[in-house]
Design a protein around this ligand. Structure first.
Ligand code: GRF
Length: 202
């Protein structure tokens, strides 16, 4: 069966990458093949996760000159069809998005359009949700465009905010109950469309 060759871009601990790799192993991501991990931060925990799973991993520091060129070259070299931003903190330029031929999707730890956009990442997202007093939050998977967290929404999953929640306890619940479930499901949905297009071209 043809699959969508998938690259996962990471910056941190890689728990969302792990959810994707686990889904591939248990059949939850049957239309996608995780062919490459790109870490933009040397020493990120996600790198070790990729290595343990024997997935090729490129470390391309975000702060180095020519970052986007190097990422585009790695994606082309590995014949990548789609990219998944999983705990990726970089902001990709409109030029990058135009030059990469496939879809790019991202997981955001809130229900867009709440608590999203420039400066909303990591614990700060959950701190803002608690400061606002929302009773429900969650995660969103969306297509990436040049506007941070601005692309079309693919899927969302809600999570209750509980009395006494801290940003840390809320982040953990959103990861466990939303991100790690939603991202593989959304990646499979997008990959299935790509795989179908590949089949038609045979
Ligand atoms: C977490 O804040 C998660 O909510 C967000 O990115 C951060 C790290 O995720 N999506 P990961 O463990 O590196 O996937």
């Amino acid at each position: 069966m043809l699959t969508a060759r998938t690259a996962v871009l990471v910056s941190g601990g890689g728990t969302n990458l792990q959810a994707l790799m686990d889904a591939q192993a248990d059949g939850g991501l049957k239309s996608g093949q995780i062919a490459l991990v790109i870490a933009d931060k040397p020493g990120a925990g996600a790198i070790a996760r990729a290595e343990r799973a024997h997935v090729p991993c490129a470390v391309i520091p975000r702060r180095e000159a020519g970052f986007e060129e190097r990422v585009l070259a790695a994606l082309a070299e590995h014949k990548i069809d789609m990219a998944v931003l999983a705990g990726f903190l970089g902001i990709l330029s409109g030029d990058f998005i135009d030059r990469f031929p496939g879809p790019i999707i991202n997981i955001h730890p809130a229900l867009i359009p709440s608590f999203c956009g420039k400066g909303f990442y990591g614990l700060g997202v959950h701190r803002a949700a608690l400061d606002c007093g929302v009773k429900v939050t969650g995660a969103t998977v969306h297509y990436v465009n040049a506007i941070p967290d601005g692309g079309r929404i693919i899927a969302q999953k809600a999570v209750d905010v509980l009395p006494g929640d801290t940003p840390e306890t809320l982040q953990r619940r959103v990861m466990e109950q939303a991100e790690w479930i939603l991202l593989p499901q959304a990646a499979e949905q997008v990959a299935a469309g790509i795989a179908e297009e590949k089949e038609k071209k045979l």
